[in-house]
Design a binder for this molecule. Sequence first.
Ligand code: TYM
Length: 333
Amino acid sequence: MKKKIFSGVQPTGNLHLGNYLGAIKNFVDLNNDAQNKCIFCVVDLHAITVSQNPKDLKSNTHETVATFIASGIDPKKSIIFKQSQVSAHSETAWILSCVARMGWLNRMTQFKEKAGKDKEKASIGLYSYPVLMAADILLYDSTHVPVGDDQKQHLELCRNIAQKFNNDYKIENFFIAPEPLIKKEFSRIMSLKDGLKKMSKSEVSDLSRVNLTDDKDQIINKIKKAKTDTLPLPSAIEELEKRPEAKNLIGIYSSLMNNTLQESIDEFAGKNFSEFKEKLSDIVVNEINPISSEIKKLLDDKVFLEKILKEGYEKANEIASKKIKKIHEIVGF
Ligand code: TYM
């Protein structure tokens, strides 16, 4: 069966190694399989759930498209488009928000984390954000959604919304409950400064992440300064459980080398971090440096990036318009 792949990335700047290893690298592999039909969306409607400077949002949208292409997504094979251009997303999100239950949304841990202590001051958009995400996915009859581990709960919600809509309106298989594609290992890359915290765009310290726009010296410096412990590298996987920073760095190494964790442990058992970090720097630079140079080149050609978005919009809009028309009929509009 042909897989219909859909995923999204927020244009909020600072795309990093976590986004790459957890999501974008998988997008590229899926894009390269001729069996798949892939759609990759720059989710600017999601971005404004927290305050954005309009100028930055525009340039971050270009940067996200440039990152997709620089990483290896081929716009001739996959649709790349901007969420706000296809109005069916907002419309479907509203309809689905009348299907989703408050109780379901109240359980979303990402909202709790992002809203922090002062929930009353969080935007309603931040709260209902997973419903918009469900609309994104369901509009395209997506069968598979590649994401990092942090999106697992949102995908479960999407499946529940799809099933409830189909039940409420007594129309079997209208919305397809999608399968998450989350890598078993390395789908949660942690901060370089704290192995218990997720690597994140919004973390104040730039040293906590390798950005996909970092140059060679910046990458080497960040890995050199990455937090470790004082012991040599372990010889057994179990030992990593008590050593989150070591686990994260070995995980990054393994993911980039397409190694299992055990293979990397076998390679470095008993060695000290300085030796390991040198190797790690080399492979991060090898992977990220060509991408960052290509991003910079593409960002100089806004006409090209806009052309990709326009072509993507036309293709995505054609699919989404058909689906929203059917939704209108089902709902009784
Ligand atoms: P966003 O923009 O926060 O992140 C984009 C992708 O990167 C993954 N990711 C990570 N993976 C591993 N380690 C990390 N430290 C890390 N940080 C981020 C995320 O899991 C994600 O796959 N809600 C989504 C965007 C979205 C979407 C969708 C995704 C909107 N609509 C429909 C799939 C389908 C988000 O905010 O991703």
